[in-house]
Design a protein around this ligand. Structure first.
Ligand SMILES: [Zn+2]
Length: 440
């Protein structure tokens, strides 16, 4: 036994000395002896009971406070949770808003691009049709050649491609347009419409830059269409002017607006689109106007007699104006020009039109007259045979008859006249003008 446990034992024996409890009942005294061991056990039991009572009392007394405290803890937890939930919802909403912004940005950019694309496609298609028509005319005129059948000097048929020395107001506008487009791209590259950082802003900026580059290409395409159309208009105007007939007297404003109405591109309401798009469509509308004007002047030129009535080998024998009459020798006015060629050579229409007269006229012999519209009438006289009937539609170089010597004629030739608004004009100027269409 250690010294320490001996000390406890001694302490316990001092506290819980062996005690006797006396108890008297009916005059008899009893006693209960309580050993140290019993007292310790009893003290332990009593102590435990007291502790339990204390604990239970505290629990009963502070129950409310404990519940309140627990509830408070719970509320704090709940608040924290719901705050987190709100934050998460907000983040989710932000992402949604961002997505929506990106979607809207994307949609409006796509709408913008496809509207421009649609307009450009229409314009390019129309321009291609007009070019093909001009090409057909130029090819036809080249096949007939000049007044004496001259072919294009360089052997290659060259489309009208006259570059004026001085830039026209239209062309300086085109260089302005180019500068504007380049500036627009720079502007879009440096500043995005969408302000913000992160992948969304980056995505939008990348898209905007791509759109801006596409915008530049579309604008340059517009510019080149307007430029080319303008050059062609100028060239065709030159062709018409060299005939002595002004284009204004042929291509009436009413006609241009009719064609514009019938074939013009989509009408764009400029009020509903932003600055750069509005500028684009303003330029595009101007290019469309140029294409419309080209279409109108091309359509008019198609019906101007710019070719020779003979496409075969021929000789120019007599000019327009005052000359000595080949039969009576007197000075008189010659209202046409004469070509000599082999007997029965095909005489052909010098432009598309409607046969107005096919028969015999005094002095002219067997004659065909074609109405080309716009005030132009052509006459082919002294023919051996007539191949068309009045009211028949003819195209450029359709055969109208065979060369002969009918009427007041000294030998096989074709007498050819052009009347513009009732007055005879010099056909040679028209045939020379036709060469501008196929020669540069
Ligand atoms: Zn004649």
């Amino acid at each position: 036994m250690s010294r320490r446990s001996g000390k406890y034992r001694r302490m316990l024996s001092r506290f819980f000395k062996e005690r006797q409890i006396y108890h008297r009942s009916d005059g008899v005294v009893h006693f209960i002896s309580m050993s140290t061991k019993t007292q310790v056990a009893l003290a332990f039991v009593v102590g435990a009971a007291l502790m339990w009572i204390a604990y239970a009392s505290v629990n009963v007394v502070f129950k409310e406070q404990i519940i309140v405290a627990k509830e408070r803890d719970f509320r704090v937890m709940e608040t924290t949770l719901s705050k987190r939930l709100v934050d998460a919802q907000k983040a989710y909403d932000d992402v949604n808003v961002l997505n929506h912004i990106i979607e809207q940005e994307f949609d409006s950019t796509m709408d913008d691009i496809s509207a421009r694309h649609q307009m450009l496609r229409n314009m390019v298609e129309r321009k291609a049709t007009i070019d093909q028509d001009i090409d057909t005319l130029a090819n036809g005129l080249a096949a007939a050649g000049g007044p004496n059948g001259q072919q294009p000097t360089n052997g290659n048929r060259v489309m009208i491609d006259i570059t004026p020395g001085e830039p026209t107001p239209r062309q300086s506008r085109i260089s302005i347009l180019r500068k504007e487009a380049a500036a627009e791209v720079l502007k879009r590259k440096s500043s995005s419409n969408f302000s913000g950082d992160g992948p969304a802003a980056d995505a939008i900026q990348t898209m905007e830059i791509a759109a801006a580059e596409l915008f530049l290409e579309q604008t340059l395409l517009i510019a080149s269409i307007e430029e080319k159309a303008t050059q062609q208009i100028e060239a065709l105007e030159m062709v018409l002017e060299s005939t002595g007939v002004t284009s204004e007297s042929l291509v009436t404003p009413a006609k241009i607006s009719n064609i514009a109405l019938a074939q013009g591109g989509p009408f764009i309401d400029l009020a509903n689109i932003d600055g750069s798009s509005a500028r684009f469509f303003k330029h595009a509308n101007r290019a469309l106007e140029a294409v419309d004007e080209l279409a109108a002047i091309q359509a008019a030129v198609d019906y101007v007699p710019l070719s020779s009535p003979l496409t075969v080998s021929r000789r120019f024998t007599s000019g327009f104006g005052i000359r000595r009459d080949p039969i009576n020798g007197r000075h008189s006015s010659h209202h046409g020009i004469d070509f000599a060629a082999a007997w029965a050579s095909p005489v052909t229409a010098t432009a598309a039109g409607l046969v107005k007269f096919a028969g015999t006229r005094s002095g002219f012999g067997r004659v065909v007259e074609i109405d080309h519209g716009n005030g132009f009438i052509t006459r082919y006289a002294h023919m051996n045979r007539i191949s068309v009937k009045a009211g028949q539609k003819v195209n450029l170089h359709d055969k109208v008859g065979e060369l002969g010597s009918s009427g007041r004629s000294t030998g096989p030739h074709v007498h050819y006249e052009i009347h513009f608004k009732g007055r005879p004009v010099n056909p040679r100027r028209f045939i020379e003008a036709g060469r501008y269409v196929f020669e540069s």
